[in-house]
Ligand binder design. Sequence first.
Ligand SMILES: NC(=O)c1ccc[n+]([C@@H]2O[C@H](COP(=O)([O-])OP(=O)(O)OC[C@H]3O[C@@H](n4cnc5c(N)ncnc54)[C@H](OP(=O)(O)O)[C@@H]3O)[C@@H](O)[C@H]2O)c1
Length: 319
Amino acid sequence: MRVALIGFGNVGRAFADLLRRQRARFPFRIVGVHTRHGTAIDNAGLSAGAELGPAAPTVEEFLDRARPEVAAELTTLNPETGEPAISHIRAAFERGCHVITANKGPIAHAYAALREEARRAGVEFRFESTVMDGAPVFNSVRNNLPGVKVLGFTGALNSTSKIVVAAMRNGKSMEEGVGEAQRMGIAEADAAYDIDGWDSAAKTAALANVLMDARVTPHDVERSGIRRLTPARLRKLAGERKTIVLVSRAHIASGGVRLRVRAEVLEETDIIAAAQGTSNILLLHTDLMGTVGTVSISPGLEQTAYGVFSDLVDIARSL
Ligand SMILES: NC(=O)c1ccc[n+]([C@@H]2O[C@H](COP(=O)([O-])OP(=O)(O)OC[C@H]3O[C@@H](n4cnc5c(N)ncnc54)[C@H](OP(=O)(O)O)[C@@H]3O)[C@@H](O)[C@H]2O)c1
């Protein structure tokens, strides 16, 4: 299968590495890579060390030249608009390409419309790695919880904030904590989106749109981040065996789905607080299955890449 990557940063490179390592089992071929700074296209398949040449002027032109069957949208998150990723995805649909994205912006801002456009184009649209990296959330509900209605959820979904809180509990500054997350490759390109709760709000909106048909955007999420935390406050809470976690919550209320992202004080033994470091936890509150959860222990870029890969394998199997 011919795959083109729009965006070739941490996730794009990890995904390309994973495809190469799995080549003996899965005959996927990367026929093009495109960023604002450079483009590479080889219809026979790009080799590992292929250099990027001059950038194609537009994503449309890149797709027309690379002619992939599947486009992987792996560009930078813009949680306030979801663009330009939404337009990239539409350009791929218009060319009859299946689309996989790790970018939660489009799911948080335009899921219902994009799902309908994919259906009309007769292509698949997958986004497993947008929330909890490679751990199955969307695919798990779709495949393993038939007939279940999701009534709400509770999650600790932003790794960077946890790395920052842990660093500050150890007396380091917020900037030092952000630096640690950046060195791990897990912070958003603009880490303020992690600190101010935008990344969590985008994940919350994405989950609500897909699992609860909420038709919201991150602007509908009541949002506060961890910017006002201090090492002194965290050390005091640590003395009381408490900590602070950036928690996403959703529930059905009169008038629709209510969504909130807030830095909450939790007991250290609270199941939501137990997911430390890059570990993530999501509890789904359902009508028929009670509360059921997914935990991902210390995922890294390889697991995000696996989320994209799992979507690709699933698409290939469905054809
Ligand atoms: N890193 C993680 O752990 C993780 C986990 C789950 C999901 N995600 C999501 O995955 C996506 C990629 O994350 P990342 O860590 O790989 O980001 P990154 O390292 O900042 O890479 C982003 C890539 O997108 C390209 N890009 C940005 N705007 C573009 C545009 N308009 N047209 C074409 N290319 C563009 C960038 O290259 P140029 O600057 O040259 O354009 C770069 O190659 C984000 O949406 C992120 O939220 C990341």
